[in-house]
Design a protein around this ligand. Structure first.
Ligand SMILES: NC(=O)c1ccc[n+]([C@@H]2O[C@H](COP(=O)([O-])OP(=O)(O)OC[C@H]3O[C@@H](n4cnc5c(N)ncnc54)[C@H](O)[C@@H]3O)[C@@H](O)[C@H]2O)c1
Length: 325
């Protein structure tokens, strides 16, 4: 399916993007990455070390219209993962969030409108678009009441992709992705991607700070399963023009997660901590996904158990510790 296909991955030096690029190269795709190495995010050249001689890397910004006009030409698929992902920064510096997540997406779509209407666009949005759950599990018809600017800009970018699909027939599919973990995530700070932060704390034999009573439920997805879902929606004609949840559907509390990480790592310990104000403001509460739609449309299902995913992630960071902090 992807053999000899031309693929552009925005944000391809980051966590999800690099794992996706590794898989695409394995499948024979010709991969181009655009990433601006935004400070305090996950961009890391080490992430693509094993495929560096088989991908083209363009260190540029998705907001740059001239770069994007050039980069979309001749591409079969565009996986749009470049984003401002730091939840804390999105509240401190909302205009940057707006510019990267909304203007960046619109620049990409305009490049496609003028230079390539045949590519399929796969947009990586977030389960945060729903805000606080009014029923569980959350399906795609659940109301969207984002709690933070990051989630607002993701929802807006999603709508832009759907409008270009509808009006200009630039095929787009939008994912609302749950909390994802695994190798190649930044671990320098805890402002997004708290799962990997828990792993860092355990590896350093430190206390893992669990906010409140630790009973908030989340749906944790291993990155290889997410990559597989992205490839499956890209390959399914009937997926375009639609929104899909991507998750496991299995709820796990932060406390149980921390305890599991400690047990598998054999180091670290759990400690209850008060919420910081910044955290509390954007905390939507319990979430786990109803994944019926993506399963029915593409046949995708997550296959990695939480225990396996944690063990594989710990193994990766034990080997490559110095590259991630
Ligand atoms: N990790 C998750 O749990 C999760 C969940 C839901 C949605 N997402 C979405 O998936 C996408 C990728 O997230 P990630 O976890 O891999 O984060 P990440 O920080 O590891 O990767 C994002 C990459 O985008 C790059 N980038 C940021 N702004 C850019 C710009 N203007 N131009 C070019 N590149 C830019 C960064 O340098 C970074 O390498 C994001 O859009 C995020 O909102 C992630």
């Amino acid at each position: 399916m992807f053999d000899n296909k031309e693929v552009l991955v925005t944000g391809g030096l980051g966590f999800i993007g690099s794992n996706l690029c590794i898989k695409l190269v394995e499948l024979g795709a010709r991969v181009t990455i655009i990433d601006n190495m935004l400070p305090r995010q996950g961009g890391n050249l080490f992430n693509i070390r094993d495929i560096a001689d088989r991908v083209t890397v363009n260190v540029s910004d998705v907001r740059n219209q001239l770069s994007m006009n050039h980069l979309v030409k001749g591409k079969d698929y565009i996986f749009h993962l470049a984003g401002q992902v730091n939840h804390v920064d999105s509240m401190k510096n909302p205009l940057q969030d707006l510019e990267i997540n909304c203007t960046g997406t619109l620049v990409l779509l305009e490049a496609l409108r003028h230079h390539n209407r045949d590519a399929g666009v796969i947009f990586a949005g977030t389960r945060g678009e729903y805000g606080s759950s009014v029923k569980l599990p959350v399906d795609e018809d659940h109301p969207t009441n984002p709690k933070g600017i990051y989630a607002v800009t993701n929802l807006t970018a999603e709508k832009m992709v759907l409008v270009y699909d509808d009006v200009y027939k630039i095929r787009g599919v939008c994912l609302r992705i749950t909390n994802t973990y695994g190798p190649r995530h930044q671990m320098a700070h805890d402002e997004y991607g708290v799962f990997n932060w828990f792993i860092r704390k355990a590896l350093d034999d430190e206390e893992i700070p669990v906010f409140g009573d630790g009973r908030i439920l989340r749906d944790f997805l291993y990155v290889e399963d997410l990559v597989d879902s992205m490839l499956k929606v890209a390959a399914a004609d009937e997926a375009y023009g639609k929104v899909f949840n991507v998750g496991t559907g299995v709820p796990v509390s932060f406390f149980d997660l921390a305890e599991k990480i400690v047990a598998i790592a054999g180091t670290g310990r759990t400690k209850f901590t008060e919420f910081t104000r910044e955290r509390k403001e954007v905390e939507p509460g319990d979430y786990y996904a109803d994944i019926t739609r993506i399963v029915r449309t593409t046949g995708w299902r997550p296959v990695t158990t939480l225990d396996d995913g944690i063990a594989r992630t710990i193994d990766f960071y034990r080997k490559h510790r110095k590259e991630y902090w």
